[in-house]
Design a protein around this ligand. Structure first.
Ligand SMILES: NC(=O)N[C@@H](CC(=O)O)C(=O)O
Ligand SMILES: [Zn+2]
Length: 421
């Protein structure tokens, strides 16, 4: 199928005609191309998420590779990295290949499996990182996300191991002794609500340790869901010294604060927890100045019984794929170059996903892109989400931006705001 995006604005530039044929951007008119009236629409390189929980295998009641892929495409994504905290854990070549194959079958986004760092995410014994790296899934990112690789010797060995093939360890930075029993951010609000707090230093201490380990080994570290102003300062110093560290921030940490816990609605329970206004502002500045490299959703679907219960019993995590771009647009406005870099180009580079995050003005670039209508305001209705779960913290909120179409290697996965298959 060939397409002509008529009058499209590439990253906010003046309107032009963009042709897609044979899976790539074409610089000459293509006969018989299907014409899409793209006046007023902005083309972005397809979004790439380095932190998605797809829940398959094991919790198909919360999400599957298929439903999660659909949510991703509808959110403007063309690639997602699937976290390893499934059941069984993605700690062998067999499981990562299964997830990779399910992604291919769904065919809506490129699903790039992340492998566990330790067997069963138990933090005791290194998983077979090499076998996962050389498997069909071609794993490059390893993470025990959900848990921190707390043992410094294991962390060091993992960093050393992946250096051989330029892999990266993505750390969920949480010193477990400092977060025992934690229910929310430790501060004024937790004191008032009588909930045990997760102190900012539990995150910052691990990041400080890990940038030193990464520096010592000369290997690549990626920090998941950075949530505090202090973490930003640790990262700023490490980057200034040339440490090979990258970092992500979630849409919810860019917008929401710990005050939301006051209603005890578990939809706002997440790890790391929502922090303070001061943290939110520091994270926004860090994304703007590049100390934080990417926006990652940490899309964390949960079944109703795991979320609609008493706060302390509820699982942490919130949906993200279908609302990420609207949230980022609402926070930063139409800064298209920034959005393209932090949500597509930089994440594709971190994940080693060639073909994503390409230059849409160049002929021959793989046609992975999304078309956004920034003029539309939409109310988030959980019932309309493609995800199998409903735990969005944005229900009822009016957000800017509608994903009109998404293309994966030149094939439409979303047209007119609807998934094609
Ligand atoms: N973010 C969360 O609160 N939960 C994630 C795990 C994680 O990303 O730490 C999950 O798998 O549900
Ligand atoms: Zn995590």
């Amino acid at each position: 199928m060939a397409y002509l995006l008529k009058g499209v604005s590439i990253l906010g530039a003046s309107p032009t005609d963009l042709y897609i044929a044979d899976g790539v951007i074409s610089d000459k008119p293509v006969d018989g191309a299907e014409v899409i009236d793209a006046a007023g629409l902005v083309a972005l390189p397809g979004l790439v998420d380095v932190h998605t929980h797809l829940r398959e295998p094991g919790r198909e009641d919360a999400e599957t590779v298929d439903t999660g892929s659909r949510a991703a495409a509808l959110g403007g994504y063309t690639a997602v990295c699937a976290m390893a905290n499934t059941s069984p854990v993605a700690d062998t070549a067999g499981v990562v290949e299964q997830v990779w194959r399910l992604g291919r079958e769904a065919g809506l986004v490129d699903v790039q499996p992340i492998g566990a760092v330790t067997v069963g995410l138990a933090g005791k014994q290194m998983a077979e990182l090499g076998a996962m790296a050389t498997s069909a899934a071609n794993v490059r990112i390893f993470s025990d996300d959900g848990f921190c690789v707390a043992d410094p010797k294991l962390m060091r060995r993992a960093l050393e191991y992946v250096k051989a093939f330029d892999g990266v360890i993505a750390q969920h930075a949480e010193e477990p002794r400092l977060t025992e029993g934690a229910q929310m951010h430790e501060g004024e609000v937790s004191t008032r609500l009588g909930l045990t707090g997760w102190p900012a230093v539990a995150e910052e201490a691990i990041i400080a340790r890990d940038v030193l380990l990464a520096e010592h080994v000369g290997s690549r570290l990626h920090v998941c869901h950075v949530s505090t102003a202090g973490s930003v300062e640790v990262l700023r110093q490490a980057k200034a010294r040339g440490v090979r560290v990258t970092a992500e921030v979630t849409p919810h940490h860019l917008l929401l604060t710990d005050e939301l816990a006051a209603g005890y609605d578990p939809v706002f329970k997440v790890n790391p927890p929502l922090r303070t206004r001061k943290d939110v502002e520091a994270l926004r500045r860090a994304l703007l100045d590049g100390v934080i490299d990417v926006v990652a959703t940490d899309h964390a679907p949960h079944a109703v019984q795991d979320k609609e219960c008493e706060w302390s019993y509820a699982r942490p995590g919130m949906l993200g794929l279908e609302t990420a771009l609207p949230i980022v647009l609402s926070v930063f406005g139409p800064q298209w170059d920034l959005i393209a870099d932090r949500m597509s180009i930089a994440p594709a580079r971190i994940a080693g996903l060639d073909g994503h995050g390409g230059d849409l003005t160049k002929a021959g670039t793989p046609a992975n892109l999304t078309l956004v209508d920034p003029s539309v305001q939409r109310v988030v209705d959980p019932a309309e989400l493609a995800s199998r779960s409903r735990n969005t913290p944005y229900a009822g909120m009016t957000l800017p931006g509608r994903i009109v179409a998404t293309f994966l290697r030149g094939e439409a996965t979303v047209l007119d705001g609807k998934a094609v298959k």
